[in-house]
Design a protein around this ligand. Structure first.
Ligand SMILES: N[C@@H](CCC(=O)N[C@@H](CS)C(=O)NCC(=O)O)C(=O)O
Length: 225
């Protein structure tokens, strides 16, 4: 691999979108620094740099001190990291690659619906949001390979995109054991295998569970009552 730029990932410690990029960096064994910010009180440098006010940002520098080029949007950050560090985590074939990108979009839908589940204030809100989540699963079950990873070819950017959603689903009491999983055995096996991979396990801060439930509590979520 040619010498890579210096990477600084701007993170909020429990953000699933940031986690996608951490997984990719870890999988590729790419050196990087992580800078955590508080999204409730964002520093001014972040406000200046982030076009949408969101994490992750990947700051890309030629030297440790140089002005960074700012990349934003987790899926795009992942594609960039993948492009500069072979072997690729996407298919060589344009049509298959386009389909993989489309599946990354599905994972973003899943994260969007899961957000509703996580911050639900009442049982009714939770159940409604959970229905949205499970509604995505018949399509996912049809798409997934049946092996440890989404694609039969092995670990790909589709896996990095879905993993943070599966981590959270398997953490929420009751959702981890939900009867719905039985209808989607391939997706269930995939989710379980994925969350057990070293890059996914190591992509989380050491006290992730505690921080995650503290965050849900701070949002008045039913999961933390
Ligand atoms: N589409 C974005 C979503 C990123 C996102 O929503 N990040 C959240 C934290 S998990 C955020 O920064 N929220 C701050 C805000 O919306 O003001 C991506 O994939 O990077």
């Amino acid at each position: 691999m040619n010498k890579l730029p210096y990477f600084e990932l701007v993170s909020f410690d429990i953000c699933p979108y940031v986690q996608r990029s951490v997984i990719t960096l870890l999988h590729k064994k790419i050196e990087h620094k992580i800078t955590f910010i508080d999204l409730e009180q964002t520093p001014e440098w972040f406000d200046q740099m982030s076009p949408l006010g969101k994490v992750p940002l990947l700051l890309v520098r030629d030297t440790p001190e140089s002005e960074p080029t700012v990349l934003f949007e987790s899926a795009i950050i992942n594609e960039y990291i993948d492009e500069i560090s072979p072997p690729r985590l996407v298919s060589e074939d344009p049509l298959t690659r386009a389909r993989e990108r489309a599946w990354v979009e599905v994972s973003s839908e899943l994260l969007g619906s899961l957000y509703g589940v996580q911050i639900a204030q009442t049982a009714a809100e939770r159940d409604e949001a959970l229905r949205e989540v499970w509604d995505l699963f018949p399509a996912i079950e049809k798409g997934v390979s049946g092996g440890k990873f989404f694609s039969p070819q092995g670990f790909s950017l589709v896996d990095t995109a879905f993993a943070p959603g599966f981590v959270r689903m398997l953490l929420l009491p009751g959702v981890d054991q939900a009867p719905e999983w039985k209808k989607f055995p391939k997706t269930h096996a995939w989710a379980k295998a994925l969350v057990a991979t070293p890059e996914v396990k190591n992509s989380m801060i050491p006290n992730f569970n505690e921080r995650y439930f503290a965050y849900l509590k701070s949002r008045g979520s039913i999961w933390a009552k």
